[in-house]
Write a protein that binds this ligand. Structure first.
Ligand code: ADP
Ligand code: MG
Length: 692
């Protein structure tokens, strides 16, 4: 007797005929656990088989797509020491040479016998060849499979799975369970955007009649993803707005004095942001605002204005920073800025312990500490406030949403302000900070010197040092950034230790200081203070100085191993110079033996000073997760949609979701029932992922 298994949407993929436990683990690697996941697995792209050419028919200068089997694969270095992977690809009609430069990884990726789909422009050098073609490893092709359609989805794959495995499983899953799929969107939205029904979209996703059908299917699923993401945000925002917060008065007792004593006038952008923030604070609902501005645009002063509004209303304020050194910097700077108006900031970080911490915590809970600066240490449960009215978080993308909630929870619906120097594209802002209102400072304070960025190699160091020596003699200061603190056996990276020796030798007439995360708070503050006062001329540091450090007299920065840093991070580092009126110089020390794409990335950085362009490129190269850090808990993921490519769909989905919540906050209308069920399902899933 054969045992019959019934497949459901929730069945593990292992029960699909032909999959089994071993293949199921491969499916798991591409995020497919259940039949439902498989149905929602969106192909990376599609190949129209009618456009695939026989190798025999390929001509020079054609843009050709061919499929064949790898007959030979080899790797070597050219005379110019460039990595070259060469392969011979054969189909039933002939063979063609494939060449990839600077992709040594491909040597291991491809095996003789693999079926490869490649496309590129045909050139000739001894024989016909494709240089750096796009490729897909498609595994064993089965003729029977091909008959199923001309347009073949290329799925995200992992070793052990071929697109044919996925395709076969998808066919069985669709046949068994397509009817179980329930529509998730209100019909009105489906009509409005001319979307496919979910069931239809699911079928076309895997077995489209043509490319157009495949695109329509993807469009529907991308819309769904964006829509439910934004719906989550819209509901979160609606809930926040229901709360009663503090209606602050701009009394002027502190704010007016502060503005009068400032040694500069606010830029237009700062003034506008200040007005927006002040207006928010006067309202009775809690403020939830993001203040975005490139490094050096002057966000600190603006946030200080907000802080003073809170304090002049007899509330407490906190400013939380992502690193101890940044909190310490804020402390030094604010101490000075606020000394004239009699406000004494407190500092509380993880390094402050025991009796010291006890005294500070006491002043905080009694309300004596009006302004508290610090790090994650501020979140600790036993720390209580007397009357917390404003929470400012600097560079929040490093904090999770949970931490945000924990800090805000220390007050009774305090106002909340996030400062971010990561100039994220609007699309990303809508997703990442979609439940916040946004103020943007576009311009920088006037009279900033330009920053000249130059790539140098080891050989050019003596002349670079001579140049720097000259600038140091004029009384300016320099940063030297290294990726690691100490020399280690396992890497060739130059360390703070090693570089300090080199610098001390190269600049015998100047004092050299060292700073990194392993020093104590007291030592770090001492060193930064000495540097601020000019007692230290050259400061060798790790990336602890990445954000917030503000020394206008520092006009030189040397970055060792810039290839180790992301573009956004390099931009932050470089933002430490060019803060005064003089011209500044940033030197990127790059080894001569690097992959060309690394060189291109660093070169892009050296030619671009626009934080926005750099962030966008960084996100493109490394993905939003890498650039922006922490995954935002409690939100569905964006996996299918591409924030740039699908931008218009994102904007629509956002408007639709926010519109829907405005009309029907609890999604209780019958036409929104499906959306509500889906939202609950997604929330449940997110929760499971969080726990699991
Ligand atoms: P951000 O935090 O946005 O990177 P900061 O708030 O640290 O920038 O400001 C950078 C520097 O510019 C500080 O030295 C600050 O005192 C100065 N600054 C801020 N606003 C102005 C202004 N309107 N005019 C001149 N200098 C300013
Ligand atoms: Mg700042």
């Amino acid at each position: 007797m054969t045992k019959k298994t019934y497949l459901h949407l929730d069945s593990p993929v292992q029960y699909i005929k032909g999959v089994g436990p071993k293949r199921a683990t491969y499916f798991g690697k591409i995020g497919v656990e259940t039949v439902h996941d498989l149905m929602r697995l969106v192909p990376r792209r599609y190949v129209d088989y009618s456009t695939v050419m026989k190798i025999r028919d390929v001509r020079i200068n054609d843009e050709a797509t061919v499929i064949g089997r790898i007959e030979i694969i080899e790797a070597r270095r050219t005379r110019k020491r460039v990595h070259l992977v060469t392969s011979l690809l054969r189909d039933t009609t002939g063979s063609i040479v494939l060449k990839w430069f600077n992709r040594p990884d491909l040597r291991k990726k491809f095996k003789v016998g693999d079926s490869l789909l490649v496309s590129g422009k045909v050139t000739f050098y001894r024989s016909q060849q494709l240089i750096n073609p796009l490729y897909e490893i498609i595994g064993e092709e089965e003729t029977e499979q091909k008959k199923q359609g001309e347009v073949i989805p290329i799925y995200p794959l992992t070793e052990g799975l071929s697109i044919w495995d996925v395709r076969r499983a998808a066919r069985i899953a669709l046949d068994a369970c397509l009817n179980e799929i329930r529509e998730t969107l209100p019909q009105s939205l489906i009509d409005k955007h001319g979307l496919l029904q979910l069931r239809q979209a699911t079928r076309h996703l895997h077995f489209p009649d043509d490319l157009k059908a495949a695109q329509a299917a993807r469009r529907r699923l991308v819309y769904d993803e964006f829509f439910f993401f934004e719906l989550t945000l819209a509901r979160r925002k609606a809930k926040l707005q229901e709360r009663t917060g503090i209606a602050f008065q701009e009394t002027g007792t502190l704010t007016r004095q502060f503005i009068q004593k400032l040694p500069f006038t606010m830029t237009q952008g700062q003034a506008t942001a200040m007005r927006e923030i002040a207006a928010d604070m006067q309202r009775e609902r809690p403020m939830n605002r993001l203040l975005q501005g490139d490094v050096g645009s002057g966000k600190t002063v603006v946030s200080l204005y907000a802080i003073l509004i809170a304090i002049e209303n007899d509330y407490q304020a906190v400013l939380m920073a992502p690193t101890e050194i940044l909190a310490e910097q804020h402390y030094l700077v604010l101490q000075e800025l606020l000394s004239g108006i009699g406000i004494k900031p407190y500092l509380l970080t993880g390094s402050i312990k025991g009796k010291d911490r006890g005294l500070i915590a006491d002043d905080i809970s009694k309300g004596k500490a009006k302004l508290v600066l610090g790090t994650h240490a501020l979140i600790e449960e036993d720390l209580t406030f007397d009357k917390l009215g404003l929470v400012v978080v600097d560079e929040q993308h490093r904090f999770g949403v949970m931490q945000r909630a924990a800090l805000v929870g220390k007050g009774a619906n305090p106002d909340f302000l996030v400062l971010s120097a990561t100039p994220i594209p609007r699309t990303l802002a809508l997703t990442l900070y979609g439940d916040l209102d946004i103020s943007i400072i576009k311009e920088k304070p006037p009279k900033r010197g330009e920053v000249i960025t130059k790539i140098v190699n080891d050989k050019e160091k003596p002349s670079t040092f001579a140049f720097i020596r000259n600038i140091l003699s004029q009384g300016h200061q320099a940063f030297v950034i290294c990726p690691i603190i100490e020399k280690s056996e396992t890497t060739d990276l130059r360390s703070v230790q090693e570089v300090t020796e080199e610098i001390t030798e190269a600049f015998p007439d100047f004092s050299v200081g060292i700073i990194h995360g392993r020093l104590s708070t007291a030592d770090r503050m001492q060193i930064m203070n000495d540097y601020r006062l000019g007692k230290i001329a050259v400061l060798v540091a790790t990336t602890v100085v990445e954000v917030g450090v503000d020394i206008p007299n520092a006009t030189i920065m040397i970055i060792e191993h810039p290839e180790r840093f992301g573009l956004a991070q390099l931009h932050q580092l470089r933002g430490r110079i060019g803060r005064g009126a003089q011209r500044s110089y940033c030197f990127l020390v790059l080894s001569r033996y690097l992959q060309s794409d690394t060189y291109e990335r660093i070169e892009f950085f050296s030619k671009n000073s626009d934080g926005f362009a750099l962030a966008q490129m960084d996100i493109k190269l490394r993905g939003p997760g890498q650039v922006l850090g922490k995954r935002q808990h409690g939100l569905p993921d964006i996996n299918i949609g591409d924030l740039e490519f699908d931008r218009d769909l994102l904007y629509s989905a956002r408007d639709d979701a926010f519109g829907l919540v405005k009309e029907d906050p609890d999604l209780s209308l019958p036409e929104n029932h499906a959306a509500r069920v889906e939202l609950e399902h997604l929330a449940h899933r997110a929760e499971l992922l969080r726990i699991g």
